[in-house]
Design a protein around this ligand. Sequence first.
Ligand code: F0G
Length: 457
Amino acid sequence: MEGFTTIIEPFRVKSIEPLHLTTRAEREALLAKAGYNLFSLHSDDVIIDLLTDSGTGAMSAEQWAAVQRGDESYAGSPSWFRFEAAVKELFPFAHLIPTHQGRAAEKILFSVVGGKGKVIPNNTHFDTTRANVEHSGAEAVDLVIAEGKDPALRHPFKGNMDVAALTRLLEARRADVPLVMVTITNNSGGGQPVSLENLRAVRAVCDRFAVPLFLDGCRFAENAWFIREREEAHRGRPVKDIVKDISALADGMTMSAKKDGLANIGGWLAMNDGVLAQQCRELLILTEGFPTYGGLAGRDLDAIAQGLREVVDESYLRYRVRAVEYLAERLLAAGVPMVEPAGGHAVYLDAKRLLRHIPPLQYPGQALAVELYREGGIRGCEIGTAMFGKRPDGSEQPAAMELVRLAMPRRVYTQSHVDFVVEAVLHVFERRESLRGFRIVEQPAALRHFTARFAPL
Ligand code: F0G
Protein backbone atom coordinates (compact mmCIF):
# COMPACT_ATOMS: atom_id res chain seq x y z
CA MET A 1 0.00 0.00 0.00
CA GLU A 2 1.27 3.44 -0.93
CA GLY A 3 2.77 5.39 1.96
CA PHE A 4 2.99 2.38 4.30
CA THR A 5 5.96 0.25 5.22
CA THR A 6 3.97 -2.49 7.01
CA ILE A 7 2.94 -5.22 4.61
CA ILE A 8 -0.25 -6.70 6.04
CA GLU A 9 -1.79 -10.11 5.46
CA PRO A 10 -4.11 -9.24 2.54
CA PHE A 11 -7.03 -11.23 4.01
CA ARG A 12 -8.95 -11.56 7.25
CA VAL A 13 -9.85 -14.73 9.12
CA LYS A 14 -13.32 -16.29 8.95
CA SER A 15 -12.74 -19.71 10.43
CA ILE A 16 -10.19 -20.51 13.12
CA GLU A 17 -8.32 -23.59 14.30
CA PRO A 18 -7.40 -23.37 18.01
CA LEU A 19 -3.77 -24.10 18.89
CA HIS A 20 -3.08 -26.47 21.76
CA LEU A 21 -0.51 -24.63 23.87
CA THR A 22 1.55 -27.41 25.44
CA THR A 23 3.88 -26.87 28.40
CA ARG A 24 7.60 -27.50 28.24
CA ALA A 25 7.20 -30.56 30.52
CA GLU A 26 4.54 -31.98 28.18
CA ARG A 27 6.74 -31.43 25.17
CA GLU A 28 9.68 -33.11 26.91
CA ALA A 29 7.55 -36.22 27.50
CA LEU A 30 6.12 -36.15 23.95
CA LEU A 31 9.63 -35.94 22.48
CA ALA A 32 10.81 -38.98 24.45
CA LYS A 33 7.71 -40.93 23.41
CA ALA A 34 8.28 -39.97 19.74
CA GLY A 35 11.90 -41.19 19.84
CA TYR A 36 12.94 -37.56 19.19
CA ASN A 37 11.53 -37.84 15.69
CA LEU A 38 9.24 -34.89 14.94
CA PHE A 39 7.40 -36.87 12.22
CA SER A 40 6.13 -39.13 15.02
CA LEU A 41 4.41 -36.34 16.96
CA HIS A 42 0.67 -35.82 16.85
CA SER A 43 0.22 -32.54 15.02
CA ASP A 44 -2.22 -31.44 17.77
CA ASP A 45 0.81 -31.26 20.05
CA VAL A 46 2.62 -28.85 17.73
CA ILE A 47 2.08 -25.13 18.33
CA ILE A 48 3.50 -23.73 15.09
CA ASP A 49 3.84 -26.38 12.39
CA LEU A 50 6.54 -25.48 9.86
CA LEU A 51 7.18 -29.06 8.74
CA THR A 52 6.04 -28.29 5.20
CA ASP A 53 4.26 -25.76 3.01
CA SER A 54 2.73 -28.63 1.04
CA GLY A 55 -1.03 -29.09 1.30
CA THR A 56 -1.04 -27.13 4.57
CA GLY A 57 -2.32 -23.79 3.25
CA ALA A 58 -5.64 -22.15 4.09
CA MET A 59 -8.22 -22.03 1.31
CA SER A 60 -10.14 -18.86 0.58
CA ALA A 61 -13.91 -18.37 0.87
CA GLU A 62 -14.05 -18.53 -2.94
CA GLN A 63 -12.23 -21.87 -2.90
CA TRP A 64 -14.68 -23.29 -0.37
CA ALA A 65 -17.50 -22.03 -2.58
CA ALA A 66 -15.79 -23.80 -5.50
CA VAL A 67 -15.74 -27.00 -3.42
CA GLN A 68 -19.54 -26.79 -3.21
CA ARG A 69 -19.68 -26.27 -6.96
CA GLY A 70 -17.59 -29.40 -7.55
CA ASP A 71 -19.26 -31.94 -9.80
CA GLU A 72 -18.46 -35.59 -9.14
CA SER A 73 -19.35 -37.03 -12.54
CA TYR A 74 -16.90 -39.78 -13.49
CA ALA A 75 -16.19 -38.49 -17.00
CA GLY A 76 -16.33 -35.02 -18.53
CA SER A 77 -17.32 -33.20 -15.34
CA PRO A 78 -17.69 -29.38 -15.49
CA SER A 79 -15.11 -29.28 -12.67
CA TRP A 80 -12.60 -30.82 -15.06
CA PHE A 81 -13.29 -28.18 -17.71
CA ARG A 82 -12.90 -25.38 -15.15
CA PHE A 83 -9.63 -26.94 -13.96
CA GLU A 84 -8.37 -27.32 -17.52
CA ALA A 85 -9.22 -23.72 -18.39
CA ALA A 86 -7.49 -22.37 -15.25
CA VAL A 87 -4.32 -24.41 -15.81
CA LYS A 88 -4.15 -23.57 -19.53
CA GLU A 89 -4.59 -19.87 -18.77
CA LEU A 90 -1.11 -20.04 -17.20
CA PHE A 91 0.39 -23.15 -18.81
CA PRO A 92 -1.07 -23.64 -22.28
CA PHE A 93 0.45 -27.08 -22.94
CA ALA A 94 -1.56 -29.16 -25.42
CA HIS A 95 -2.11 -32.09 -23.05
CA LEU A 96 -3.10 -31.87 -19.40
CA ILE A 97 -3.21 -34.93 -17.16
CA PRO A 98 -4.56 -34.46 -13.61
CA THR A 99 -2.92 -36.44 -10.78
CA HIS A 100 -3.52 -36.72 -7.04
CA GLN A 101 -0.24 -34.95 -6.25
CA GLY A 102 3.13 -34.04 -7.71
CA ARG A 103 4.91 -37.33 -7.23
CA ALA A 104 2.16 -39.18 -9.09
CA ALA A 105 2.92 -37.00 -12.13
CA GLU A 106 6.63 -37.76 -11.66
CA LYS A 107 6.00 -41.50 -11.37
CA ILE A 108 4.04 -41.55 -14.63
CA LEU A 109 6.48 -39.32 -16.53
CA PHE A 110 9.61 -41.22 -15.52
CA SER A 111 7.97 -44.63 -15.99
CA VAL A 112 7.63 -43.61 -19.65
CA VAL A 113 10.82 -41.62 -20.35
CA GLY A 114 13.17 -43.06 -17.69
CA GLY A 115 14.79 -46.48 -17.46
CA LYS A 116 18.23 -47.99 -17.22
CA GLY A 117 20.96 -46.05 -19.01
CA LYS A 118 18.96 -42.81 -19.09
CA VAL A 119 20.06 -39.65 -17.30
CA ILE A 120 17.86 -36.74 -16.15
CA PRO A 121 19.54 -33.37 -15.50
CA ASN A 122 17.79 -30.92 -13.14
CA ASN A 123 18.97 -27.85 -11.23
CA THR A 124 18.31 -29.91 -8.08
CA HIS A 125 15.94 -32.86 -8.01
CA PHE A 126 13.44 -32.72 -5.19
CA ASP A 127 13.68 -36.00 -3.22
CA THR A 128 10.49 -37.57 -4.69
CA THR A 129 11.64 -36.57 -8.19
CA ARG A 130 15.04 -38.15 -7.64
CA ALA A 131 13.39 -41.25 -6.15
CA ASN A 132 11.08 -41.61 -9.15
CA VAL A 133 13.92 -41.12 -11.64
CA GLU A 134 16.06 -43.70 -9.81
CA HIS A 135 13.15 -46.11 -9.35
CA SER A 136 12.85 -46.23 -13.15
CA GLY A 137 16.54 -47.23 -13.32
CA ALA A 138 17.68 -43.85 -14.63
CA GLU A 139 20.28 -41.54 -13.12
CA ALA A 140 19.35 -38.16 -11.57
CA VAL A 141 22.01 -35.46 -12.00
CA ASP A 142 21.92 -32.10 -10.18
CA LEU A 143 23.47 -29.20 -12.11
CA VAL A 144 22.72 -26.11 -10.03
CA ILE A 145 25.22 -23.23 -10.30
CA ALA A 146 28.13 -23.26 -7.81
CA GLU A 147 26.65 -20.27 -5.92
CA GLY A 148 23.60 -22.42 -5.19
CA LYS A 149 25.66 -24.81 -3.08
CA ASP A 150 27.13 -22.25 -0.68
CA PRO A 151 24.57 -21.42 2.06
CA ALA A 152 26.18 -18.14 3.11
CA LEU A 153 26.67 -16.74 -0.39
CA ARG A 154 24.10 -14.20 -1.56
CA HIS A 155 22.97 -14.38 -5.19
CA PRO A 156 19.56 -13.33 -6.54
CA PHE A 157 18.97 -16.56 -8.46
CA LYS A 158 20.70 -19.35 -6.59
CA GLY A 159 18.37 -21.88 -8.24
CA ASN A 160 19.86 -21.27 -11.70
CA MET A 161 21.05 -24.20 -13.78
CA ASP A 162 24.76 -24.41 -14.63
CA VAL A 163 24.33 -24.03 -18.39
CA ALA A 164 27.94 -24.97 -19.21
CA ALA A 165 27.64 -28.18 -17.19
CA LEU A 166 24.35 -28.98 -18.92
CA THR A 167 26.01 -28.44 -22.30
CA ARG A 168 28.88 -30.75 -21.36
CA LEU A 169 26.45 -33.44 -20.22
CA LEU A 170 24.49 -33.23 -23.47
CA GLU A 171 27.66 -33.25 -25.58
CA ALA A 172 28.71 -36.46 -23.86
CA ARG A 173 25.37 -38.24 -23.49
CA ARG A 174 22.65 -36.64 -25.63
CA ALA A 175 21.19 -40.03 -26.60
CA ASP A 176 20.64 -40.93 -22.95
CA VAL A 177 18.81 -37.72 -21.98
CA PRO A 178 15.03 -37.94 -22.60
CA LEU A 179 14.39 -34.48 -21.13
CA VAL A 180 15.93 -31.68 -19.09
CA MET A 181 14.13 -30.58 -15.95
CA VAL A 182 14.23 -27.26 -14.05
CA THR A 183 12.67 -26.97 -10.59
CA ILE A 184 11.10 -23.58 -9.83
CA THR A 185 11.77 -22.59 -7.12
CA ASN A 186 14.64 -24.92 -6.25
CA ASN A 187 13.26 -26.46 -3.06
CA SER A 188 16.18 -28.76 -2.21
CA GLY A 189 18.58 -25.89 -2.80
CA GLY A 190 16.87 -23.58 -0.28
CA GLY A 191 13.70 -22.49 -2.11
CA GLN A 192 15.84 -20.36 -4.42
CA PRO A 193 14.47 -18.94 -7.69
CA VAL A 194 15.58 -19.43 -11.29
CA SER A 195 15.83 -16.33 -13.50
CA LEU A 196 14.03 -15.98 -16.80
CA GLU A 197 17.42 -15.30 -18.39
CA ASN A 198 18.70 -18.65 -17.11
CA LEU A 199 15.57 -20.45 -18.31
CA ARG A 200 16.10 -18.88 -21.76
CA ALA A 201 19.71 -20.05 -21.80
CA VAL A 202 18.64 -23.58 -20.79
CA ARG A 203 16.01 -23.49 -23.55
CA ALA A 204 18.67 -22.51 -26.09
CA VAL A 205 20.83 -25.49 -25.05
CA CYS A 206 17.79 -27.78 -25.25
CA ASP A 207 17.08 -26.45 -28.76
CA ARG A 208 20.69 -27.01 -29.81
CA PHE A 209 20.48 -30.66 -28.76
CA ALA A 210 16.79 -31.09 -29.63
CA VAL A 211 15.87 -32.26 -26.14
CA PRO A 212 12.59 -31.32 -24.41
CA LEU A 213 12.55 -29.01 -21.37
CA PHE A 214 10.19 -29.81 -18.49
CA LEU A 215 9.45 -27.68 -15.45
CA ASP A 216 8.85 -28.90 -11.93
CA GLY A 217 6.46 -26.02 -11.38
CA CYS A 218 5.43 -26.53 -7.72
CA ARG A 219 6.27 -22.96 -6.67
CA PHE A 220 5.97 -21.21 -10.03
CA ALA A 221 4.22 -18.11 -8.67
CA GLU A 222 6.82 -17.48 -5.97
CA ASN A 223 9.51 -17.93 -8.64
CA ALA A 224 7.74 -15.44 -10.93
CA TRP A 225 7.52 -12.94 -8.06
CA PHE A 226 11.29 -13.15 -7.52
CA ILE A 227 11.83 -12.53 -11.24
CA ARG A 228 9.59 -9.45 -10.98
CA GLU A 229 11.55 -8.20 -7.95
CA ARG A 230 15.11 -9.17 -8.83
CA GLU A 231 15.56 -9.38 -12.59
CA GLU A 232 16.20 -5.96 -14.07
CA ALA A 233 14.54 -6.64 -17.43
CA HIS A 234 11.31 -7.82 -15.78
CA ARG A 235 11.02 -5.45 -12.83
CA GLY A 236 7.40 -4.66 -11.99
CA ARG A 237 5.88 -6.73 -14.81
CA PRO A 238 2.54 -8.48 -14.13
CA VAL A 239 3.23 -11.85 -12.50
CA LYS A 240 0.82 -13.62 -14.82
CA ASP A 241 2.78 -12.41 -17.86
CA ILE A 242 6.02 -13.67 -16.33
CA VAL A 243 4.40 -17.06 -15.66
CA LYS A 244 3.28 -17.23 -19.28
CA ASP A 245 6.82 -16.38 -20.43
CA ILE A 246 8.15 -19.21 -18.27
CA SER A 247 5.67 -21.75 -19.60
CA ALA A 248 6.29 -20.68 -23.21
CA LEU A 249 9.91 -21.82 -22.79
CA ALA A 250 8.98 -25.36 -21.72
CA ASP A 251 7.64 -28.45 -23.46
CA GLY A 252 5.87 -29.77 -20.40
CA MET A 253 5.71 -29.78 -16.62
CA THR A 254 5.00 -31.70 -13.45
CA MET A 255 3.10 -29.91 -10.72
CA SER A 256 2.02 -30.33 -7.13
CA ALA A 257 -1.06 -28.16 -6.59
CA LYS A 258 -0.40 -28.50 -2.83
CA LYS A 259 2.03 -25.60 -3.13
CA ASP A 260 1.22 -22.79 -5.57
CA GLY A 261 -2.13 -24.37 -6.48
CA LEU A 262 -3.21 -23.12 -3.01
CA ALA A 263 -5.01 -26.44 -2.57
CA ASN A 264 -4.71 -29.22 0.01
CA ILE A 265 -4.27 -31.96 -2.58
CA GLY A 266 -3.76 -32.33 -6.34
CA GLY A 267 -1.29 -32.00 -9.15
CA TRP A 268 -0.83 -32.49 -12.85
CA LEU A 269 1.43 -33.53 -15.69
CA ALA A 270 1.32 -31.51 -18.90
CA MET A 271 3.11 -31.62 -22.22
CA ASN A 272 2.92 -30.72 -25.90
CA ASP A 273 4.03 -34.11 -27.24
CA GLY A 274 0.88 -36.09 -28.15
CA VAL A 275 2.60 -39.48 -28.34
CA LEU A 276 4.12 -39.07 -24.89
CA ALA A 277 0.77 -37.84 -23.54
CA GLN A 278 -0.97 -40.96 -24.82
CA GLN A 279 1.57 -43.23 -23.09
CA CYS A 280 1.19 -41.24 -19.86
CA ARG A 281 -2.63 -41.39 -19.98
CA GLU A 282 -2.47 -45.17 -20.27
CA LEU A 283 -0.52 -45.31 -17.00
CA LEU A 284 -2.80 -42.71 -15.45
CA ILE A 285 -5.79 -44.99 -15.91
CA LEU A 286 -3.94 -47.85 -14.19
CA THR A 287 -3.16 -45.97 -10.98
CA GLU A 288 -4.84 -42.56 -10.81
CA GLY A 289 -8.13 -42.66 -12.69
CA PHE A 290 -9.96 -41.51 -15.79
CA PRO A 291 -8.19 -38.65 -17.64
CA THR A 292 -10.77 -36.02 -16.63
CA TYR A 293 -10.22 -36.45 -12.90
CA GLY A 294 -6.87 -38.19 -12.33
CA GLY A 295 -6.76 -39.12 -8.67
CA LEU A 296 -8.94 -36.20 -7.65
CA ALA A 297 -12.52 -35.46 -6.70
CA GLY A 298 -14.32 -32.88 -8.84
CA ARG A 299 -14.36 -30.56 -5.83
CA ASP A 300 -10.54 -30.72 -5.64
CA LEU A 301 -10.28 -29.76 -9.32
CA ASP A 302 -12.48 -26.74 -8.63
CA ALA A 303 -10.49 -25.72 -5.55
CA ILE A 304 -7.28 -25.81 -7.62
CA ALA A 305 -8.86 -23.83 -10.48
CA GLN A 306 -9.76 -21.04 -8.04
CA GLY A 307 -6.39 -21.33 -6.23
CA LEU A 308 -4.52 -20.74 -9.50
CA ARG A 309 -6.39 -17.47 -10.00
CA GLU A 310 -5.54 -16.32 -6.47
CA VAL A 311 -1.88 -17.33 -6.40
CA VAL A 312 -0.79 -14.90 -9.13
CA ASP A 313 -2.36 -11.99 -7.22
CA GLU A 314 0.40 -9.52 -6.52
CA SER A 315 -0.76 -8.44 -3.05
CA TYR A 316 -0.81 -12.11 -2.05
CA LEU A 317 2.70 -12.77 -3.41
CA ARG A 318 4.11 -9.58 -1.90
CA TYR A 319 2.83 -10.63 1.53
CA ARG A 320 3.86 -14.25 1.03
CA VAL A 321 7.48 -13.62 0.12
CA ARG A 322 7.79 -10.78 2.64
CA ALA A 323 6.53 -12.99 5.50
CA VAL A 324 9.37 -15.46 4.89
CA GLU A 325 11.89 -12.66 4.38
CA TYR A 326 10.76 -11.01 7.64
CA LEU A 327 11.48 -14.19 9.59
CA ALA A 328 14.91 -14.43 7.93
CA GLU A 329 15.72 -10.76 8.51
CA ARG A 330 15.02 -10.86 12.23
CA LEU A 331 17.09 -14.02 12.71
CA LEU A 332 19.96 -12.72 10.59
CA ALA A 333 20.04 -9.49 12.61
CA ALA A 334 20.83 -11.64 15.66
CA GLY A 335 23.51 -13.57 13.75
CA VAL A 336 21.62 -16.85 13.23
CA PRO A 337 23.26 -18.65 10.28
CA MET A 338 20.98 -19.73 7.43
CA VAL A 339 20.79 -20.18 3.68
CA GLU A 340 20.89 -16.65 2.28
CA PRO A 341 18.87 -15.02 0.92
CA ALA A 342 15.63 -16.50 2.28
CA GLY A 343 13.73 -18.75 -0.10
CA GLY A 344 10.17 -18.17 -1.25
CA HIS A 345 8.50 -20.70 1.02
CA ALA A 346 10.95 -21.35 3.83
CA VAL A 347 13.89 -20.29 5.93
CA TYR A 348 16.64 -22.91 6.06
CA LEU A 349 18.68 -22.64 9.27
CA ASP A 350 22.29 -23.76 8.92
CA ALA A 351 22.88 -26.19 11.79
CA LYS A 352 26.46 -26.87 10.64
CA ARG A 353 27.50 -23.32 11.46
CA LEU A 354 25.06 -22.91 14.37
CA LEU A 355 26.17 -26.05 16.22
CA ARG A 356 29.85 -26.32 15.28
CA HIS A 357 30.50 -28.52 18.32
CA ILE A 358 28.14 -31.30 17.10
CA PRO A 359 29.73 -33.53 14.43
CA PRO A 360 27.62 -34.51 11.38
CA LEU A 361 27.18 -38.12 12.51
CA GLN A 362 25.59 -36.82 15.72
CA TYR A 363 22.95 -35.06 13.59
CA PRO A 364 23.25 -31.31 14.38
CA GLY A 365 20.13 -30.57 12.29
CA GLN A 366 18.13 -33.06 14.30
CA ALA A 367 19.46 -31.54 17.53
CA LEU A 368 18.35 -28.09 16.42
CA ALA A 369 14.93 -29.24 15.20
CA VAL A 370 14.27 -31.12 18.44
CA GLU A 371 15.34 -28.13 20.52
CA LEU A 372 12.99 -25.78 18.63
CA TYR A 373 10.12 -28.11 19.47
CA ARG A 374 11.19 -28.39 23.10
CA GLU A 375 11.55 -24.61 23.37
CA GLY A 376 8.45 -23.36 21.58
CA GLY A 377 6.48 -26.30 20.21
CA ILE A 378 7.75 -25.40 16.74
CA ARG A 379 8.11 -28.21 14.23
CA GLY A 380 10.66 -27.80 11.46
CA CYS A 381 12.32 -30.45 9.34
CA GLU A 382 15.92 -31.67 9.41
CA ILE A 383 17.47 -31.76 5.94
CA GLY A 384 20.91 -33.14 6.60
CA THR A 385 22.68 -36.30 7.67
CA ALA A 386 19.62 -37.81 9.40
CA MET A 387 17.78 -37.49 6.07
CA PHE A 388 20.54 -38.21 3.56
CA GLY A 389 23.45 -39.77 5.50
CA LYS A 390 22.67 -43.44 5.02
CA ARG A 391 24.12 -45.04 1.91
CA PRO A 392 22.55 -48.02 0.12
CA ASP A 393 25.27 -50.33 1.60
CA GLY A 394 24.16 -49.28 5.11
CA SER A 395 27.22 -47.16 5.90
CA GLU A 396 26.97 -43.52 6.98
CA GLN A 397 28.43 -40.41 5.48
CA PRO A 398 27.85 -36.72 6.34
CA ALA A 399 25.39 -34.90 4.07
CA ALA A 400 26.59 -31.87 2.10
CA MET A 401 24.58 -29.51 4.32
CA GLU A 402 22.99 -29.68 7.77
CA LEU A 403 19.82 -27.64 7.47
CA VAL A 404 16.59 -27.23 9.38
CA ARG A 405 13.79 -26.04 7.13
CA LEU A 406 11.13 -23.80 8.62
CA ALA A 407 8.52 -23.96 5.83
CA MET A 408 5.68 -21.48 5.92
CA PRO A 409 2.19 -22.80 5.15
CA ARG A 410 0.33 -20.39 2.85
CA ARG A 411 -2.10 -17.89 4.44
CA VAL A 412 -2.07 -19.74 7.79
CA TYR A 413 0.12 -17.91 10.30
CA THR A 414 0.13 -14.21 11.18
CA GLN A 415 2.99 -11.89 12.01
CA SER A 416 2.66 -12.58 15.75
CA HIS A 417 3.09 -16.29 15.05
CA VAL A 418 6.28 -15.42 13.16
CA ASP A 419 7.42 -13.19 16.05
CA PHE A 420 6.91 -16.14 18.39
CA VAL A 421 9.04 -18.35 16.12
CA VAL A 422 11.77 -15.69 16.11
CA GLU A 423 11.74 -15.59 19.92
CA ALA A 424 12.00 -19.37 20.17
CA VAL A 425 14.87 -19.60 17.66
CA LEU A 426 16.73 -16.82 19.48
CA HIS A 427 16.32 -18.52 22.87
CA VAL A 428 17.82 -21.69 21.41
CA PHE A 429 20.55 -19.71 19.62
CA GLU A 430 21.62 -18.04 22.89
CA ARG A 431 22.24 -21.38 24.58
CA ARG A 432 23.42 -23.23 21.46
CA GLU A 433 26.61 -24.43 23.15
CA SER A 434 24.54 -26.48 25.61
CA LEU A 435 22.86 -28.53 22.84
CA ARG A 436 23.94 -32.14 22.43
CA GLY A 437 23.77 -34.47 19.45
CA PHE A 438 21.82 -37.67 18.95
CA ARG A 439 22.41 -41.27 18.00
CA ILE A 440 20.00 -43.42 16.02
CA VAL A 441 18.67 -46.40 17.97
CA GLU A 442 16.25 -47.81 15.39
CA GLN A 443 15.91 -47.19 11.63
CA PRO A 444 14.31 -48.64 8.52
CA ALA A 445 16.27 -49.61 5.38
CA ALA A 446 15.31 -46.51 3.36
CA LEU A 447 13.90 -43.00 3.95
CA ARG A 448 14.90 -43.34 7.58
CA HIS A 449 14.15 -39.77 8.59
CA PHE A 450 10.40 -40.50 8.64
CA THR A 451 10.48 -43.31 11.18
CA ALA A 452 13.92 -43.56 12.83
CA ARG A 453 14.10 -43.33 16.63
CA PHE A 454 16.84 -41.23 18.19
CA ALA A 455 18.38 -41.05 21.66
CA PRO A 456 20.10 -37.95 23.09
CA LEU A 457 23.85 -38.19 23.69
N1 F0G B 1 8.71 -31.21 -6.50
C1 F0G B 1 9.03 -30.32 -5.54
C2 F0G B 1 9.99 -29.22 -5.85
C3 F0G B 1 8.47 -30.45 -4.25
O1 F0G B 1 8.80 -29.56 -3.32
C4 F0G B 1 7.57 -31.52 -3.99
C5 F0G B 1 7.01 -31.71 -2.65
C6 F0G B 1 7.26 -32.40 -5.04
C7 F0G B 1 7.84 -32.22 -6.27
C8 F0G B 1 6.31 -33.55 -4.85
O2 F0G B 1 5.00 -33.11 -4.74
O3 F0G B 1 4.31 -33.76 -2.42
O4 F0G B 1 2.61 -33.24 -4.18
O5 F0G B 1 3.93 -35.32 -4.30
N2 F0G B 1 7.46 -31.12 -1.62
C9 F0G B 1 6.94 -31.20 -0.25
C10 F0G B 1 7.87 -30.48 0.68
C11 F0G B 1 6.59 -32.58 0.20
O6 F0G B 1 7.66 -30.57 1.91
O7 F0G B 1 8.79 -29.79 0.22
P1 F0G B 1 3.92 -33.90 -3.86
